[in-house]
Design a protein around this ligand. Structure first.
Ligand SMILES: CC[C@H](C(=O)O)C(=O)SCCNC(=O)CCNC(=O)[C@H](O)C(C)(C)COP(=O)(O)OP(=O)(O)OC[C@H]1O[C@@H](n2cnc3c(N)ncnc32)[C@H](O)[C@@H]1OP(=O)(O)O
Ligand SMILES: [Co+2]
Length: 141
């Protein structure tokens, strides 16, 4: 089931400040243009790495799912990890069959890369919020 690490999600109060920090401290110069995902309650900015990405996420709207996280971690922090899977529905059903809780309605939603995603509750993943993302067609790894 589990595929590539697609990205590490980092919640931040300021994408602009975080892009500068990754650039100035770590030399991460390939930051994409930030964009809003209103349906997911976040503003997103991908920073390219040689073998993956950092996904910087800022709250968007009053109902953003990361308000609670930033209230506990005002300077931001590592929020989730995203792994790719070939078939998001098969992955969801397999996880449910093993007793894991899929967040929200359990129906995949379209994520920041334009493909279906789900989230597994941290309580089922050793305290780590895990996002699963269906590998974009034609990109099987
Ligand atoms: C989708 C666009 C983009 C993409 O890649 O495509 C993104 O990844 S956007 C990412 C933002 N969206 C989400 O995170 C959606 C799924 N997340 C949620 O539904 C919530 O954040 C949830 C349920 C994980 C936590 O909600 P909330 O913080 O409001 O609830 P609690 O404070 O009650 O937390 C419950 C329990 O979970 C622990 N927790 C919360 N956040 C995290 C986290 N990021 N990593 C690990 N654990 C987390 C929290 O400590 C509580 O634990 P407990 O032992 O009960 O105290
Ligand atoms: Co993500």
């Amino acid at each position: 089931m589990i595929g590539r690490l697609n990205h590490v999600g980092v919640a931040t109060p300021s994408i602009e400040a975080s892009v500068a920090m990754y650039r100035d401290l770590l030399g991460a110069t390939k930051a994409h243009t930030p964009f809003d995902l209103p349906a997911q309650g976040v503003r997103v900015c991908f920073v390219d790495l040689p073998n993956s990405q950092v996904e910087l996420i800022e709250p968007l709207g009053d109902d953003s799912p990361i308000h609670g996280f930033l209230a506990k971690n005002p300077r931001g922090g590592q929020h989730h990890v995203c792994f790719e899977v070939d078939d998001i529905l098969a992955a969801r059903d397999a996880l449910r069959a093993k007793g894991a809780t899929i967040l929200g309605t359990g129906e995949p939603r379209i994520g920041a890369h334009g493909t279906p995603i789900i989230f597994v509750h941290p309580k089922d993943m050793g305290g780590v919020l895990v996002e699963l993302m269906e590998t974009p067609k034609g990109e099987a790894h």
